[in-house]
Design a protein around this ligand. Structure first.
Ligand code: GDP
Length: 448
């Protein structure tokens, strides 16, 4: 077993002589420690724990790998990259801007692209602005826009480190199981929220917690189902309500908003026997704004059908009414008959996974690159065109894509929606909003 440092691992790959070692030394200027004796680590690699903007990472230089004349270059390079891929959280694929794209670069790019490890393309030996202009040539490698740096002169290293830490995963504490998924159940009065929560939890749980004189405002109920852990948010109001009876709206708007804000996934309960109301739409809007995942439960299905079968017409009516939330799954359930709970939880699990999703940088840039190739961004009247240099997803919950562009003002809303459609067609983001942040790439004013 290879000892694995606990900080995220950033690995430099690239053919010999592109300057990986020089870059390694530049990047660990603020090194915390050089780790030389990690058992199982081959000697031709150097590890250093480094820190940038408060984020720690382990930088690995594979540059010490010497290629014997008897070995095919391609085979050796592939082997080196494969080893790196096994342990890397992020790859820095270093190319030489002065040499341009050479066949070995294409070989490595191919291996890197096929992996799902995020990658930054680093164009080294960009010693002056003239070399920066040559960097876009490497876009052809299909790994997004290269970041021009000069390890020798220390140019662009800060920008590179910014890009590195932006892509690092949050450190996961060892031995801590994944946190339970926070699920809120919301909806207007009488749609059957309390009944649904009771159906989920089972009656005895309700009796246990519905103590007389309970004044706690928000009580979350830990819940386990099929080996997965959930936290049902603010169920107290719902469960108390079942006892208090109709007429008292203890689960008011403020309360519901607070629950939505804390949730990973919100279940919006609608009454299937009634048309979607303004109030339903208002709550749906709040869920969208909060950025949590959404599953729509069409409750009281027993009043409209004999079994929880999908009903296209009814589902479409709901979809039309909630057309600003086209991504949400709609599930028929009956709280009182106990129908559809199983399917509801499958949907909650899938949406929860999408909410946490991280799209690898390589994958994301390929998708965006193909989308742009299929449909160019429109030009303005002066013929200036939006250019998208690269995309990253630095945040999840909800997934947020950062697009580095020449001029954020040139991004039409319709084009952004087009990119969203393309990304959704390739990545399972069911039930979650996809957010975009537009950034002007540094130094762009001077270049366009
Ligand atoms: P809440 O205000 O959203 O918490 O709604 P309640 O859970 O208090 O339910 C309101 C009314 O709808 C009650 O009379 C429930 O018995 C009824 N109800 C809830 N779920 C269903 C269901 O699936 N089918 C039918 N027929 N009635 C339901």
């Amino acid at each position: 077993m290879t000892a694995r440092p606990s900080a995220p691992v950033v690995v430099l790959v690239g053919r010999p002589n592109v300057g990986k070692s020089a870059l390694f030394n530049r990047m660990i200027r603020r090194r915390v420690a050089i780790v030389e004796d990690i058992p199982g680590v081959t000697r031709d690699r150097l590890y250093a724990v480094s820190e940038w903007r408060g984020k720690r990472f382990t930088l690995v230089d594979t540059g010490g790998l010497h290629l014997g004349p008897s070995h095919g270059l391609a085979a050796k390079v592939r082997e080196q990259v494969r080893t790196a891929l096994r342990e890397a959280d992020l790859l820095l694929f270093v190319v030489d801007v002065q040499d341009g794209v050479v066949p070995e670069d294409r070989e490595i790019a191919e291996v890197v692209r096929r992996s799902r490890v995020p990658v930054l393309l680093v164009a080294n030996k960009a010693d002056g602005p003239a070399h920066d202009l040559a960097a876009p040539e490497f876009f052809a490698l299909g790994l997004g826009d290269p970041i021009p740096v000069s390890a020798h002169h220390g140019r662009g290293i800060g920008d590179l480190l910014d890009a590195v830490v932006a892509l690092l995963p949050e450190p996961a504490p060892h031995g801590v199981a994944e946190a339970p998924m926070a699920v809120a159940v919301v909806g207007r009065p009488n749609v059957g929220k309390s009944s649904l929560v009771n159906a989920i939890l089972g009656e005895e749980r309700v009796v246990v917690d519905a103590q007389p004189g309970t004044t706690r405002d928000a009580v979350d109920t830990p819940y386990e189902r099929d080996g997965r852990r959930y936290l049902l948010i603010d169920t107290a109001g719902l469960r108390r309500r079942a006892r208090v009876g109709r007429g008292i709206e203890s689960y008011g708007a403020v309360r519901s908003r607070r629950a939505i804000e804390r949730a990973d996934v919100t279940v919006l309960v609608l009454d299937a026997s009634e048309p979607v109301s303004d109030q339903d739409q208002r709550i749906a809007g709040e869920i969208a704004r909060a950025g949590c995942g959404l599953v729509v439960a069409l409750n009281k299905w027993d009043l409209v059908a004999r079994a929880p079968r999908p009903d296209r017409t009814r589902e479409q009516a709901v979809r039309r009414a909630l057309r600003f939330l086209p991504y949400a799954p709609v599930l028929p359930v009956s709280a009182t008959a106990g129908w559809g709970i199983e399917a509801l939880f499958s949907a909650i699990n899938r949406v929860g996974a999408a909410h946490r999703a991280r799209i690898g940088t390589g994958v994301l840039n390929r998708i965006v690159g193909e989308a742009v190739a299929a449909r160019q961004p429109p030009a303005d009247r002066a013929g200036r065109r939006l250019r998208i240099f690269y995309a990253t997803q630095p945040a999840s919950k909800p997934p947020t894509v950062v697009l580095f562009v020449n001029d954020p003002r040139r991004m039409p809303e319709a084009y952004l929606r087009y990119l969203e459609r393309v990304i959704r067609s390739k990545v399972d983001l069911i039930g979650v909003p996809l957010r975009f942040v537009l950034r002007r790439r540094r130094g762009e004013e001077a270049r366009t």
